[in-house]
Design a protein around this ligand. Structure first.
Ligand code: UDX
Length: 425
């Protein structure tokens, strides 16, 4: 494989994973960030995020001289490719804040060599590749969209062995050059126009969110008609057109991507004159799921939520990450407190208090001390192996509400706990 000179602008979880994995493919990579403290930590081998396999990849490639970190834009001077991996946060109205992208583009302008390719990995509104081209004002440089489909917790594996690589540009030659960076993955590489690549990213996340809201709705239906959601979803999943993945009911979906991207797509569609009613309803169904979970916990607590003591096991938006952004668990905790409950949380990755209004315990059993209802809201493996007798002994009440279907129901019952879940009788 030909080794290429690559820059990655932005060292968040997408940028850092991109930089480390491209170096692993054998490319010569320099990662840039405006945060000098972060660059110092990265240069000394310290990884600011919890991501499986990333530490190892960064250390090895730094030691072998293929990966370095800097705040100095002059490092862009000899680069053939410059990735943009900066945040694109959501504004309250669902629109996307492009200010980080704008300043990153401005920092590239004076440095890029003629013939370089700018590769945008930040999730941006459709037609933003054109916006980057216009702002860059460098007709001798091509801009290509290359959306990321990385899941937190498995971002390294997703980058090294992706389902597909999508590259969008109206400049086919530039797109083919970008494709060559990914030959090592042996994944299908799809080259399309820029607007289609940008749309693929949003539509992929919108479809996955739709699947999840559908699964949560099916779980509610099963509760109403007395069916078992796990059986029903397993039963439909055998149909190859439906599949088994992404159909696990839960307390609602969250994280740094789905809530932001689904709202952004509704906004993009609105602005283009299309009312994406289905996706609006997918988002509303998720809001309803938070409310349903809180109501359910209220029904399970002996005297309702007012004055109840509730334990929440799992605070991150899913297992395998320390990310609390848009976590359904935190949304539910806020609603429980607003309804008058006292909440104690526990999560294997959360040590400090998250908010002054509730406590975070150092282990699951002390979190259950004096509790009326224990609610499992994140699917950490650790919760599968809980000593349920110890949980039962620590509690004041006897209800375990397993919103992620990780606790063994029969074992819970043997320990004197009343088991409740989502989509189950
Ligand atoms: C997601 C997309 O999967 C990824 O392709 C994109 O690049 C970024 O957004 P991520 O945010 O890391 O990745 O989370 P993901 O693993 O997709 O889970 C999203 C949410 O759905 C979580 O809250 C998770 O708990 C929930 N979920 C997922 C379920 O409730 N049930 C499931 O079956 C799967």
């Amino acid at each position: 494989m030909t080794e290429c000179k690559v820059a990655v602008v932005g060292t968040g979880y997408v940028g850092l994973t991109t930089g480390a994995c491209l170096a692993e493919f054998g490319h010569d990579v320099v990662c840039l960030d405006i945060d000098s403290n972060k660059i110092d930590r990265l240069s000394s081998g310290e990884i600011p995020i919890y991501e499986d396999g990333l530490q190892h990849l960064v250390s090895r490639n730094t030691e072998e001289g293929r990966l370095r970190f800097t705040t100095n834009s002059a490092a862009l001077d000899d680069r053939e490719f410059a990735y943009l991996c900066v945040p694109t946060p959501r504004r309250n109205d669902g629109s996307v804040d492009l200010s980080f992208l704008e300043s990153a583009v401005d920092s590239l302008r004076p440095h890029l060599r003629p013939g370089a390719v700018v590769i945008n990995k930040s999730t941006v509104p459709v037609r933003c590749t054109r916006f980057v081209e216009d702002r860059l004002r460098r007709p001798d440089v091509s801009v290509v969209s290359n959306p990321e489909f990385l899941r937190e917790g498995s971002a390294v594996a997703d980058f090294l062995k992706p389902d597909r690589v999508v590259i969008g540009s109206d400049d086919r030659e530039a797109a083919s050059r970008v494709a060559s960076l990914y030959l090592e993955t042996r994944a299908p590489i799809m080259i399309t126009d820029a607007a289609s690549a940008e749309t693929i990213k949003y539509v992929a996340n919108a479809f996955l969110a739709t699947k999840l809201s559908f699964a949560n709705s099916v779980a509610a239906l099963c509760e109403a008609v007395g069916a078992e959601a796990s059986e029903v979803l397993l039963g439909i999943g055998y149909d190859g057109r439906i599949g088994h993945q992404f159909l696990r009911p839960g307390p609602g979906w969250g994280g740094s991507c789905f809530p932001k991207d689904t709202r952004a797509l509704v906004h993009i569609a609105d602005e283009a004159g299309y009312d994406f009613a289905l996706l609006r309803s997918v988002i509303e169904t998720n809001e309803t799921q938070f409310a349903r979970v809180v109501d359910r916990i209220g029904q399970l607590a002996p005297g309702g939520l007012e004055g109840a003591s509730i334990t929440v096991l799992g605070l991150t938006f899913k297992a395998g990450t320390d990310d609390l952004r848009e976590s359904p668990a935190l949304e539910i905790v806020d609603r429980l407190i607003a309804a008058g409950a006292t909440v104690t949380g526990y999560d294997p990755t959360v040590i400090d208090a998250v908010a002054p209004s509730w406590d975070v315990a150092g282990d699951p059993y002390s979190a259950c001390e004096g509790s009326d209802v224990v609610a499992v809201l994140t699917e950490w493996d650790e919760f599968k192996d809980l000593d349920l007798q110890k949980v039962a002994d620590a509690m004041r009440g006897d209800v375990i509400f397993d919103a992620r279907s990780v606790v063994d129901r029969a074992r819970a019952t043997r320990c004197g706990l009343r088991y409740a879940g989502i989509g189950t009788r």
